[in-house]
Write a protein that binds this ligand. Structure first.
Ligand SMILES: Nc1ncnc2c1ncn2[C@@H]1O[C@H](COP(=O)(O)OP(=O)(O)OP(=O)(O)O)[C@@H](O)[C@H]1O
Length: 458
C-alpha cells in the first residue's frame, strides 16, 4: 500500500469515526509496512495500540481492503525509535565521503529544565497529620518510599490551601533523598501547558515528548487547569498513557475529584481515576491547633522576646476556619505586629491585628444560638441566664455563654454585655477571664466548653 493510499484510508476513517476519535486515535497511526497480507501500523505506546486494536482494527482493515484486497490482518506495534536512530547513525558512520566537523549540537532540553523548583520547607517533617488528611498523608508516604508502583496515578484533591502542594513537594524531596538518580519531574498543569505550547511554536514536539516520556516520576499539580484546553488535554493524555505503560509513577493534584472537573474529557477523567484517589478534607479544630503549635515554634525563634498568652492559639484555631495558608498568614502577621508595637500577644492585640481575617472567616454563630445551646446544656431558662439573678447555677452558665460569644462571634464586649441583660463590658470581661482560668483548672468546665463548641460548630 502506498503512502497516498494510506492517506486516503485515513480520510475515509475520519468520516466513519468522527473528528474527535480521529484526532486522538487515528491520526497518530503511521503505516510501517504492508506485505504478505499483513499491514503493520506504528502506534506511539502499547496502551494506545491495545486500545486502537480493540476498538478500531476491524474498521481499519475494512477501509484498507478497499485499496488492497490481499490484506487479511493488521498489526499494531510501538515504533522502535532507538532502532531507527541507530540505523541512521550507522549510515552516517559508514559514509565514505570525508565530512567537515559536525556543527555543535543545539543543547537538548532536559527534564530538569521543565521542573518547577521545590519548596524546601514542604517536607513530611513539617506536615502536621490529623484526621482530615491522614489518608492522603499515608498514600503520599507510600509513594515516597519509591517501592513498586501499586497505584497509578496517585490523585490528591482538596480545597484551597489544604496541603496538596506541600504533600507533592514532600514526596518529590523524599524520593530524591532516597534515590538521587531518579528523574523526578514536578510541575504545575499550567507549566505543562506552557511548555507544550512553546514546543509547538518552536517545532520541538519530539523533544517535548521525549522529555516527558523519559521521566521516572511525573508530578502535575492543579490539573484542573487543563480543563477546557483541548490540545493540552490531548497531549497530557498521551504522556500519561506512555508513562503508565512503562510503569512509571504519576502523581496528580487537583482542587476537586476527577469526575467533578468540568470540561475535562471523559477519557482523561477515567484515566485519572484508575489509581488511588484520596482527598484532603477541610481542616478540623484539632488539626488547625496542631499546625499552629508547630508553626509557632518557628516564630518563637525569630521573636524570642515576645510573650504569647495561653489560649491564643486555641482562639485562632476556633475562629479561623479557612485554609491553612490563611492560618499561617494570620500567625505571621500577629508576631510581626506584636514585635513592632512591642506588646505581648494577648486576646485584645490578636483581635485588633486580625480583625479583617476574623471577620472574613466568621462562622456566623449568633449570640442567640449560644444562649440557647448553653441554657439547654445547663438546663436553665434563657430568661434566667440573661436576667439579674446571681445564683451560681445561673451565673456560671452565663459566664460560659459570654466566653463562647467572645470566642465564636466577632461581637465586642459592650455588645455582648447588652445581649446579656444590659450588663457592663467589665462584667463580661470578668466572666470571660474567669472561664479562661477554669478551663485550665476545672476538667468539668473544659469538657462542657468542648461539647458546646462542637455542638455550635456542627
Ligand atoms: N497539614 C499541614 N501541616 C503543615 N502545613 C500545612 C498543612 N497543610 C497545609 N499546610 C501549609 O499551608 C500552606 C498551603 O498549602 P498548599 O500550598 O500545599 O495548599 P494547596 O492545597 O496546594 O492549595 P492550592 O489549592 O491553593 O494550590 C503551605 O504553606 C503549607 O505548608
Amino acid at each position: 500500500m502506498t503512502t497516498d493510499e494510506w492517506g486516503n484510508v485515513k480520510k475515509r476513517l475520519l468520516k466513519t469515526v468522527g473528528q474527535n476519535n480521529f484526532t486522538t486515535w487515528i491520526d497518530p497511526l503511521a503505516l510501517d509496512a504492508s506485505e504478505d497480507g499483513v499491514a503493520t501500523i506504528n502506534v506511539p505506546t502499547t496502551f494506545f495500540g491495545n486500545y486502537v486494536s480493540r476498538t478500531f482494527s476491524d474498521l481499519i482493515l475494512h477501509e484498507m481492503k478497499a485499496f488492497d484486497s490481499t490484506l487479511s490482518r493488521v498489526n499494531f506495534t510501538v515504533a522502535n525509535r532507538d532502532r531507527k536512530i541507530a540505523a541512521a547513525r550507522t549510515a552516517v558512520e559508514s559514509d565514505p565521503v570525508p565530512r567537515a566537523a559536525p556543527a555543535p549540537k543545539p543543547k537538548m532540553a532536559q527534564a530538569s529544565d521543565y521542573a518547577a523548583p521545590l519548596e524546601r520547607r514542604f517536607t513530611f517533617d513539617t506536615f502536621v497529620v490529623g484526621k482530615p488528611n491522614e489518608l492522603a498523608h499515608a498514600a503520599a508516604r507510600r509513594v515516597a518510599e519509591g517501592g513498586p508502583v501499586t497505584f497509578n496515578p496517585l490523585f490528591l484533591y482538596g480545597g484551597v490551601g489544604l496541603g496538596k502542594t506541600h504533600l507533592m513537594h514532600a514526596i518529590a524531596q523524599e524520593l530524591l533523598q532516597r534515590r538521587p538518580d531518579l528523574n523526578v519531574l514536578y510541575l504545575s498543569a499550567e507549566q505543562f501547558m506552557y511548555r507544550f505550547v512553546q514546543a509547538l511554536r518552536d517545532r520541538k514536539m519530539m523533544d517535548f515528548k521525549q522529555i516527558f516520556r523519559s521521566v521516572d516520576i511525573l508530578m502535575v499539580d492543579d490539573v484542573q487547569f487543563i480543563a477546557g484546553k483541548d490540545s493540552t488535554q490531548e497531549e497530557f493524555f498521551h504522556t500519561f498513557n506512555a508513562l503508565v505503560d512503562q510503569n512509571k509513577q504519576i502523581i496528580i493534584s487537583a482542587d476537586r475529584a476527577p469526575h467533578e472537573i468540568k470540561d475535562l474529557e471523559e477519557r482523561v477523567k477515567s484515566r485519572l481515576q484508575c489509581g488511588l484517589v484520596v482527598d484532603l478534607h477541610p481542616t478540623d479544630y484539632e488539626l488547625r491547633l496542631g499546625i499552629l503549635q508547630n508553626k509557632v515554634e518557628t516564630h518563637r525563634t525569630s521573636y524570642p522576646e515576645l510573650e504569647l498568652d495561653d489560649g491564643i492559639l486555641e482562639f485562632l484555631a476556633h475562629r479561623i476556619s479557612n485554609n491553612v495558608r490563611v492560618l499561617e498568614g494570620a500567625l505571621t502577621r500577629l508576631f510581626a505586629f506584636a514585635s513592632l508595637v512591642g506588646r505581648k500577644i494577648d486576646l485584645d492585640l490578636t483581635q485588633d491585628c486580625l480583625a479583617d481575617v476574623l471577620r472574613a472567616s466568621e462562622r456566623k454563630i449568633t449570640v442567640e444560638e449560644i444562649q440557647t445551646k448553653v441554657s439547654a446544656h445547663y438546663n436553665i431558662r434563657i430568661s434566667d441566664m440573661v436576667g439579674p439573678k446571681r445564683l451560681r447555677s445561673y451565673a456560671r452558665p452565663r459566664q460560659v455563654a459570654m466566653y463562647l460569644c467572645k470566642q465564636l462571634t466577632s461581637r465586642s464586649l459592650p455588645e455582648i454585655g447588652r445581649r446579656f441583660g444590659g450588663r457592663d463590658h467589665t462584667t463580661v470581661m470578668h466572666g470571660v477571664k474567669r472561664i479562661e482560668e477554669l478551663r485550665v483548672s476545672d476538667g468539668q468546665i473544659a469538657e462542657d466548653l468542648e461539647l458546646l463548641r462542637r455542638a455550635l460548630e456542627a
